[in-house]
Design a protein around this ligand. Sequence first.
Ligand SMILES: [Zn+2]
Length: 461
Amino acid sequence: MNNTLQFLGATQQVTGSKFLLEYHDFRILIDCGIDMETRDEDEHPNPFDFDPKTIDVLLLTHAHIDHSGLIPLIVKEGFEGMIYCTYATYHLTRLLLFDAARINMKKAGGRKRKTRPDFYGPREVQLCLDYFQPIDFEQKTVLNDQVSFYFRTAGHLLGAAHIILETSEHTIVFSGDIGRSNYPLLQDPKPIPAADYVICETTYGMRSHKDKDPEKILSTIIHDSCVDIPGRLIIPSFSVGRTQTLLYILHRLQATGKLPPIRIFTDSPLARKSTQVYQDFVEYMNGEAGDFQQQHGSLFGFDNLIYLSDMNSAEEIDNYHEPCIVITSSGMVKGGKSEDHILRNLENSYCTILFIGYCAEGTLGRRLIDGLKTVRSLEEELRVNARIISTDVLSGHGDYNDLLDFFRTQDKDRLKAVFLVHGEAESMENFKQSLHHHGITDVTIPIHGESFTLKEAEKFV
Ligand SMILES: [Zn+2]
């Protein structure tokens, strides 16, 4: 019997996580994410390299769309198994999938895109939710008489998990996305058990985070941009995860008297809904967040925080002339509200634009960080007079040292292979060399579609 592990996404790139484990004819898919990098939608409208009907169960590490975004499609294409994830992951995934469906509908504009195999709308999202089976962290779940698994806290995002999967012969660990130690709100990633196989992300396989104190850094930036210069601070931010961290830090600054009495506008309906989910899951968070909640009765609600209504929000702020902070999505500035806010303020030398997350090549965010001097908008050529700054202090991904730390519990004699995924090629190669230096020698960087046979356990007589 061939027991195999196949890599169907996030191979030598960051997005599109999909891994297929086949054990004694039982087929387990780990994550079902959208590939946002290489797939040419028009040439490859069918996003699956396998028949969804043949998958028995789906395990989801966390809610981010590059891990969950194809779930409505896999169900539409005939998958009928359970989808296991943690409770918080279920609630955040639900919000993100409905938001993705809304964007799909907007792009389709009622035209024939709707008949494409890779299209889904709110109806498909509603249908796929019936297959979700949320469970607690550490709750061992038996899939059949040879395979069981449990979720372990990974930090990174509310509900995010490592998957520890046990067959009758092996322990296999899927890292999901690995968070950082001492990150606001979230618990530290928990150590994983000694395993036979580890599938590990490598987003920051060659980088260390420089900035480590988010309260200090944000407080300085706010004073520079809204007090010393009485201007406007625009923060493009991802609505799920990053915005909650930001609001929590602002609340902490306010509670200690370090936030000037200025208005903070949050312009994203999705951010508002996911903030509610975060608030509902205080028990998943770290001790510091729990204490803060006890003391202040809320993690995110404080004076001067205003959620804007959906319509004409950028115009509403245009007419507000006092110093203020505007938190808007998306973080990379690719169309949408953040682009609207930024284009309206680009020529304003009293404006600071602060990037707090990864911006992909080609996005306006990336180009501004790289020093773009003018931006073409409709018929106009806009000069970049606003101050452009960035920090990785709020990044939810562990850096090189956190990734190495993830392996500290491994028994080198037992470990049969490590597979590196979810990173750019250079980052993977760098991290592979580092693992070699630490005595972990069987490290593979799989290519798309590659399949590996799991070694049989040694038989003891
Ligand atoms: Zn993630």
